[in-house]
Design a protein around this ligand. Structure first.
Ligand code: IPE
Ligand code: MG
Length: 228
């Protein structure tokens, strides 16, 4: 979800207004995902690198999360959304951590849409944490090193039990992953758009889905034509 700041500046507003508008765009996107019967949606709300922004912006973003949680959880719960947060929460305030935990508990039984929100998340740290978890098991004698394979490592990641994403969408014009879900994106279709996140609407979402529908996914194989 990139481009909030530029969207605001273009309108002569403070960056904070961009983040506010960005939270509306997220709401619209969740609604669109529900409408399309999408089962899993993972959004990058705050990266472990975002701490390097000015303190005031970080504070505003975190305040916005708390406000959005308080405001939206009931409606999300009513629509069958299951909320999960991935990333290192230990850096957050007690209020925010409690809010996240409560939202997860409250929606734990929902199955229509699994909404993962990445906060203080970094893909490299995720892999490192998984390696640490496996190393601990080895040290405790519960796992042998030769048992460590792709599946073991994957299961230890924060999205371990969930399918790899089919489609990755980045708004705001940059063409990079910025440390998002590095492991899981191995065979994901990548889609980049110059649309700034606060402008992102169902029309843009549909365009991304149509583009995705035209891709031929071979997963390293030969695909339709050569296999025929
Ligand atoms: C993305 O928008 C929002 C977060 C990282 C939370 P930016 O704040 O990165 O917006 P730009 O890239 O400066 O326009
Ligand atoms: Mg940005």
């Amino acid at each position: 979800m990139d481009g909030n700041g530029r969207w605001a500046i273009r309108q002569g507003k403070p960056r904070s207004a961009g983040h506010e508008a960005g939270s509306d765009a997220l709401k619209r996107t969740i609604r669109a995902a529900l409408g399309h019967g999408i089962r899993v949606l993972t959004v990058y709300a705050f990266s472990s690198e975002n701490w390097s922004r000015p303190k005031s912006e970080v504070r505003q973003l975190l305040d916005l999360f708390i406000k959005a949680l308080n405001r939206e959880v009931r409606e999300l719960a009513e629509h069958g959304v299951r909320l999960c947060f991935i990333g290192d929460r230990s850096a957050f305030s007690r209020t925010l951590r409690e809010g996240m935990l409560q939202a997860e508990r409250r929606t734990a039984g929902n199955t229509r849409l699994h909404l993962n929100v990445a906060v203080n998340y970094g893909g490299q740290s995720d892999v490192a944490a998984a390696a640490r978890a496996l190393a601990t098991k080895v040290a405790e004698g519960r796992l042998r090193p030769e048992q460590i394979d792709r599946e073991q490592l994957e299961a230890a990641l924060s999205l371990g039990q969930q399918p790899a994403p089919d489609l990755f969408i980045r708004t705001g014009g940059e063409r990079r992953l910025s440390n998002f879900l590095l492991w899981q994106l191995a065979y994901t279709e990548l889609y980049f758009t110059g649309v700034l996140w606060p402008d992102f609407s169902e029309v843009h979402f549909d365009a991304a889905l149509s583009d995705f529908a035209r891709r031929e996914r071979r997963f390293g194989g030969l695909g339709r034509v050569q296999n025929a």
